[in-house]
Write a protein that binds this ligand. Structure first.
Ligand code: DP6
Length: 326
């Protein structure tokens, strides 16, 4: 067995995954659409070593909770089962951003672990099989396997719930400026949040609107209709956060800074600057704009106090192997 290393990007969902049909298999209630990010990623090396008595998990440059390591071990079990081996593994992983920025993502982590782990175990999986396997580690991770703009089809079974490329990264020159206003280490993890989603009185209505929304976003990306696209992703964010805020107990991921920046964006738009936001399960914002406007938006952001970090991303490829190991 060999040593294998993979790099995987994080991804931002334009149409989001919130609520599961099957918790264990991580089957989503709806399909979702995302874009891989060029400047937020995880690099992971996996090596199966016969002399180990237990898996060794090393996160470089950050402290992680025991629970997170257990989730990695569980994923290694899936890989071992598939490869019909019992050998324990040494896993070394590093996010290119420290956890404290709130940027380290489970999507990038599990996609990199899936690719490096299966190759190290001697498996040769197709992109589709890799996406299915990554999904079992973290739902959104299945979208970090294929390149560029991606759809995760909810499917009807574990084997059919996976992501594929809609368009390559260079299809559309849009930019995702991630604005960090607080650490994402949330009080309610997304895994917990998914469980609460059905307790919102608005959840059924949301779910019934999702497949048409996915169809629409596909068409808008295809035609590169930025204004309609931007308006839709913003509405989708508010829709998902309404589910969060009205579940029992309610979850509020936004901070006052999040709201301040949302309002600034609406003002900029009124004055002719085209930029839209999308927000996941945390206070940080993803500002989506056309590349020609990126610099001007960055300048405006610099004038807002209390922003901890800004990371600008192009659309990028998905998980891939590299030769330089940890
Ligand atoms: C709000 O993929 O983190 O970012 O499957 O339990 O690991 P698990 O959840 P996760 O949920 C992501 C939720 C989201 C929306 C999205 O990325 O689609």
């Amino acid at each position: 067995m060999k040593k294998a290393t993979a790099i995987s990007p994080a991804n931002i969902a334009f149409i989001k995954y919130w609520g599961k049909k099957d918790k264990k298999l991580r089957l989503p209630m709806n399909s979702s659409v995302s874009m891989n990010l060029s400047n937020i990623f995880t690099k992971t090396t996996v090596e199966f070593l016969p002399n180990l008595t237990r898996d060794e998990i090393i996160f470089l440059g950050e402290e992680v909770m025991e629970k997170e390591k257990e989730r990695v071990v569980k994923h290694l079990e899936r890989i071992r089962k598939r490869a019909r081996i019992k050998t324990k593994a040494r896993v070394v992983t590093k996010n290119n951003f420290p956890k404290a920025t709130g940027l380290a993502s489970s999507a990038a982590g599990f996609a990199a672990l899936t690719l490096a782990g299966t190759v190290a175990a001697g498996l040769k999986l197709s992109k589709k099989e890799l996406s299915v396997l990554a999904r079992l580690g973290s739902g959104s991770a299945c979208r970090s396997i294929p390149d560029g703009f991606v759809e995760w089809k909810k499917g009807t079974s574990s084997a059919t719930s996976c992501a594929y490329t809609l368009f390559p990264p260079d299809y559309w020159d849009i930019q995702d400026i991630v604005v960090i206003v607080g650490r994402k280490k949330k009080k309610v993890s997304s895994s917990e949040g998914h469980k609460l989603a059905p307790t919102s009185p608005f959840f059924k209505t949301r779910i019934s609107s999702m497949e048409p929304k996915v169809k629409t976003i596909r068409r808008l990306i295809k035609k590169r209709r930025f204004t309609d696209f931007g308006e839709l992703i913003e509405r989708e964010t508010i829709n998902m956060h309404t589910i969060m805020m009205t579940s029992k107990p309610p979850i509020f991921y936004w901070s006052s800074k999040t709201l301040e920046i949302m309002k600034a964006i609406w003002e900029w738009r009124q004055k002719g600057m085209e930029v839209y936001f999308t927000i996941d399960a945390g206070p940080n914002l993803h500002l989506i704009c056309q590349r020609k406007d990126e610099k001007r938006i960055m300048l405006r952001l610099k004038k807002i106090t209390g922003i901890r970090k800004i990371v600008s991303n192009k659309p990028s490829n998905g998980a891939h192997l590299v030769d330089i190991h940890f």
